[in-house]
Write a protein that binds this ligand. Structure first.
Ligand code: ADP
Ligand code: MG
Length: 394
């Protein structure tokens, strides 16, 4: 059966364990520097409070590698949350154990507690049975609102779920699943994918799955360098994954055989290095030995914009260049703006850096869906079943 949402679950007086994604960046002084992920889960948390639940929140933060490390404490998150909710938020001093048990037992209806960083225990990422069982003792109801970790089978996303009888998706998880599903199955055509960023190896699964579904695939960023190199273009000092050249060639051949249009850069902005103050536009036939390709050129940006102007469905992941450096940001900004002008279709952006680029371009309001999950959104769109979502079905 399809997963329920939190709105369908009975919460009154029950201990509602909500797996959230509070993996936020912190300031050097120990504050929250970007609270987007916390704010995204507030509707789910507030709903549980209003229904009289005893709310137990759980998240990971950073990579403490299975040990308690003060710099990865959720204390700044708990403080931010207390202010946002305007109520006490009690932080347990450990993810599981006597301290956590006491904090949960002391909860009253409508009260909020948060367990300490789940990854302080090695059992979290190992999906360990004992740790899963320990977490489940804090839950009468299990809710997962952490889309960003739904592609990982960890104790808090998969292991503990079988021990809790009542379970469902938080509002954020539900929205992600609904919106990303619009890119699977019967999509409005033409379906255009724009894939950039760094690694062919991270995204080849997605690229191959797009061959059977997309009408056009536009490649940019360092990713496109490997494809240009595979076609015999000298790439100078550009970032190229030389071990992936055969995969790139095979992809281009399959695309041609299946009638999927592949748009590769026809011009490039090159520079001495990623931090250079200026770049030079060249045609994508040869990158000079002492230069690197750091952005798509203006002709390529126009070509992508023209493909997008006719699109019915668009998925974008991965910047077109080193957009963090002003001299190499134009291609990424142009694609963001062209995407925002797609009329009447569905436009979706996934990936940490691509989402940052959309915000920087100031067009976030004109995109149908901006996913909060990087790896999770890629796997979802690749058509894989995410373990964290599968665990919620009954
Ligand atoms: P996302 O987070 O959206 O999935 P990635 O992490 O795959 O995207 O890629 C983003 C990074 O790719 C950015 O930091 C950007 O500077 C880098 N990048 C894009 N194009 C190039 C290029 N031509 N050369 C080097 N780095 C690039
Ligand atoms: Mg990234």
């Amino acid at each position: 059966m399809a997963a329920k949402t939190i709105a369908e679950l009975d919460l009154q007086g029950r201990r509602v364990f909500i797996r959230v994604d509070f993996n936020v960046p912190l300031t050097p002084a120990g504050g929250v520097s970007d609270a987007t992920r916390i704010r995204e889960s507030l509707p789910t948390i507030t709903h549980a409070i209003e229904r009289g639940a005893r709310v137990v929140l759980a998240s990971h933060l950073g990579r403490p590698k299975g040990r308690a490390k003060p710099e990865f404490s959720l204390l700044p998150v708990a403080a931010y949350l207390a202010e946002a909710l305007d109520r006490d938020v009690v932080l347990a001093d450990e993810p599981a154990g006597d301290g956590a048990k006491k904090v949960v037992n002391d909860l009253r209806d409508g009260g909020v507690a948060i367990l300490e960083n789940l990854r302080f225990s090695p059992g979290e990422e190992a999906n360990d049975e004992n740790f899963s069982r320990a977490l489940a003792t804090y839950a009468d109801v299990y809710v997962n609102d952490a889309f960003g970790t739904a592609h990982r089978a960890h104790a808090s996303t998969v292991g503990m779920v079988k021990y809790v009888s009542s379970k469902g998706m938080g509002f954020l998880m539900d929205r992600e699943a609904k919106m990303l599903s619009k890119l699977l199955g019967d999509v409005q055509r033409p379906f255009v994918a724009i894939i950039g960023g760094i690694k062919v190896s991270d995204k080849i699964g997605l690229l191959e799955s797009l061959l059977s579904r997309a009408d056009a695939v536009c490649l940019g960023g360092a990713m496109a360098n490997t494809f240009l190199c595979a076609k015999g273009v000298p790439m100078g000092r550009s970032m190229v994954e030389t071990t992936k050249l055969p995969i790139a060639r095979a992809f281009l051949a399959k695309a041609e055989a299946s009638g999927v249009r592949v748009v590769l850069p026809r011009d490039l902005v090159v520079g001495t290095d990623a931090k250079a103050l200026t770049g030079t536009v060249i045609s994508a036939t040869s990158v000079p030995d002492d230069q690197a390709a750091l952005d798509i050129g203006p002709d390529t940006a126009s070509e992508i914009a023209s493909v997008l102007s006719r699109a019915g469905t668009v998925f974008w992941n991965g910047p077109m260049g080193v957009f963090e450096t002003p001299a190499f940001a134009a291609g990424t900004m142009a694609v963001a703006k062209a995407m925002a002008q797609v009329m009447g279709g569905t436009t979706v952006v996934g990936g940490g850096d691509s989402v940052a680029a959309v915000h920087r371009a100031g067009v976030a309001g004109n995109i149908t869906h901006i996913s909060t999950g990087g790896g999770a959104s890629l796997e979802f769109i690749e058509g894989k079943k995410l373990p964290g979502l599968a665990a919620l079905e009954s």
